[in-house]
Design a protein around this ligand. Sequence first.
Ligand SMILES: *Cc1c(COP(=O)(O)O)cnc(C)c1O
Length: 453
Amino acid sequence: MRYVSTRGGADAKRFTEILLEGLAADGGLYVPEAFPRADLAAWRGLSYPDLAFAILSQFMDDVPGLAILVKKTYTKEIFGSADITPLRTLEPGLHILGLSNGPTLAFKDVAMQLLGNLFQFVLQKESRTLNILGATSGDTGSAAEHAMRGKKNVNVFMLSPHGRMSAFQRAQMFSLQDPNIHNLAVQGVFDDCQDLVKAVNADAAFKAKYRIGAVNSINWARVAAQVVYYFKGYFSVTKSSQDAVAFAVPSGNFGNIYAGYVARSMGLPVRQLILASNENDVLDEFFKTGKYRIRQAAVATSSPSMDISKASNFERYVFDLLERDSARVKRYFTSPDGFDLSLVPRPGFVSGRSTHADRLATIRSIHSKYGVTIDPHTADGVKVGLELREPGVPLICLETALPAKFSETIREALGREPERPAGLANLEDLPQRFEVIAPDAAAVKRYIAAHAS
Ligand SMILES: *Cc1c(COP(=O)(O)O)cnc(C)c1O
């Protein structure tokens, strides 16, 4: 399999060549030259790791030990059950696909855990090291740290806004004592953290000298790993491969739902991909009107992991919508105001928007009808999914985090604390390890220079 840039100005590459890269050299994103075809008959009935290998071996065909890495990643020990992504049926035709049973209780673990093993494998083989620099407002940073902790040849430097994450999120990251994990609490807000990452990466000499890398959601390995659970969910609710389903997906960076689009492009019978935005509704507006209008800044909401003003994976989907016309993609994605595709059909996608009040109402109604507590992001997906579903088509709502991560909103909705998975009861009491740092790129560089390997 070879990968090409959405902007047409970079050479086609193999998977292991793009694994450690973020953007292509021309500023575009890598996508497969062509999507592989699904073999639904052969894949139905496979265990999660076998299904993952069947799918991922097509995207990652130059990783010799892939079968071993996949088996080592998708285990009951790491994800809580042999199903990895267990399905719960609320009532006939309405299901929740549990993607959040990994170490940090959010769906990002499914891809990030594999990424940790892939990184270690490729870096060791090439006798290279990598210093990952990232910014997080909560979920991504902790998923990355829990995936990379203790890995050889990798260090993580994670910037987070000092004093602004929830106590739970802070404890999840700062309690890690592994020497290759570095938490830098920046005296500023999340945007300051992101600006610092950009500033460090803009120094090409520093970036090369310290082999600075990223694990952001545009990484193709993360997209590919997410494709697997769409198949798993489909097989869990259908008897025959003639049946179609719908998926409801709460969306921010368009990473998770883009993986659903890839699954459908491979031949998975997905009748609707139902995209749910929160108050940051740039994607909902696009699917309703065809107009993509980048906002200046995201507003803070109670589904914070979707508080994004510019959806980074979206360019991959638009590349296909424009029949892979990379000149147009480049023009559109370098225009500061966005673009208008109202005349281009967008089959298979529908979208809606969910607000704080909707989130609370949905958490309450799912709890009172079915006795199940869902987190605020999952609630956005359920709310929009129920509104837009077609009769007779099974609806699978993706559970993107466990409620324990967002106790404040659960308390507001239900008047009580969410349950915590076993072993995390005293998370906030564990000793924490982090460094407070000024919002100053020179200070970040000094810290990396002193601790990189
Ligand atoms: C990251 C995240 C999302 C958004 O996923 P995208 O792939 O960025 O669209 C939704 N919910 C939770 C809990 C998340 O952590």
